[in-house]
Design a protein around this ligand. Structure first.
Ligand code: PRT
Ligand code: ZN
Length: 224
């Protein structure tokens, strides 16, 4: 369903939402986040912000429901692989890597375990929210493993006897440490990215995207 207004999907609540809203505001987009609304209309530009769970953003872009989205590369790549495996649309245009949301997706093991390399993961059960990214990595290096899919509390899985290792996002490393784990392998370095749907759009909308990108370039450079 095409509309005249540019639709941008952003995370409603979470680690990307504040910085994402700040970035848009610094790019001159005026809006007022109030209440529990799904759609927020910008006051000074033909832009609508769609406030959703981050998990939904890659699909909204790949299905062409929204024009732009801001999402962590970890989530974007996981959903892309998942959709590709199901023969669903999984295309998008990466417009820009952003300067927030930085983290790494890492395999972690018991802090006291001996570890000399990925071959030590052979035959292990790995708890994760990112089964596709783990499979791609393990297939690439030719190491066999099994998965334990968890959407939360991944870091307690080894202690709870559900898995031998985990693969989860790490930023400071405090969560791993608190759970008696150590980082063994980094499988992806992720940041938030601005993506566009591959759906054809009007010249006006494309021009607005170009204008936003130019402003974004200035905003991000000024911070560096
Ligand atoms: O509700 P919704 O589904 O929208 O949000 P969510 O809970 O799925 O995601 P959210 O808000 O936690 O994270 C959104 C995105 O932020 C992620 O997809 C990443 O791209 C990025 N990001 C950056 C992180 C982290 N850093 C991070 N540290 N996401 C999660 N974590 C978690 C990690 O899972 C672990 O539990 O923080 C813990 C580790 O942090 P440290 O500092 O202890 O290492
Ligand atoms: Zn999520």
């Amino acid at each position: 369903m095409q509309t005249q207004r540019l639709r941008i999907a952003i995370q409603k609540k979470g680690r990307l939402s504040k910085e994402c809203q700040d970035l848009l505001k610094r790019c001159g987009v005026k809006f007022n986040m109030m209440g529990e609304r799904l759609v927020v209309h910008a006051e000074n530009m033909p832009i609508d912000l769609l406030l959703v769970r981050d998990d939904d953003i890659p699909g909204l872009i790949m299905d062409g429901v929204v024009d732009l989205g801001v999402i962590g590369e970890n989530e974007l790549e996981e959903v892309g692989l998942e959709r590709a495996a199901r023969n669903e649309a999984c295309e998008y245009i990466k417009l820009r890597r952003l300067d927030f949301g930085g983290c790494r997706l890492s395999i972690a093991i018991d802090k006291d375990a001996d570890y000399s390399g990925p071959q030590d993961l052979n035959g292990k059960r790995i708890a994760t929210t990112y089964p596709q990214l783990v499979k791609r990595y393990m297939d690439d290096i030719g190491v066999k493993f099994t998965t334990c899919m968890l959407n939360g509390s991944v870091e307690v899985a080894p202690r709870a006897g559900l898995a031998d290792a985990i693969c989860d996002l790490v930023s400071t490393g405090a969560t791993l440490e608190a759970n008696g784990l150590k980082e063994a392998e980094v499988i992806l370095r992720s940041k938030a990215v601005l993506i566009q749907s591959t759906e054809a759009i009007s010249d006006d909308k494309q021009a607005l995207i170009e204008r936003l990108l130019t402003r974004m370039q200035g905003v991000i450079q000024a911070k560096e």
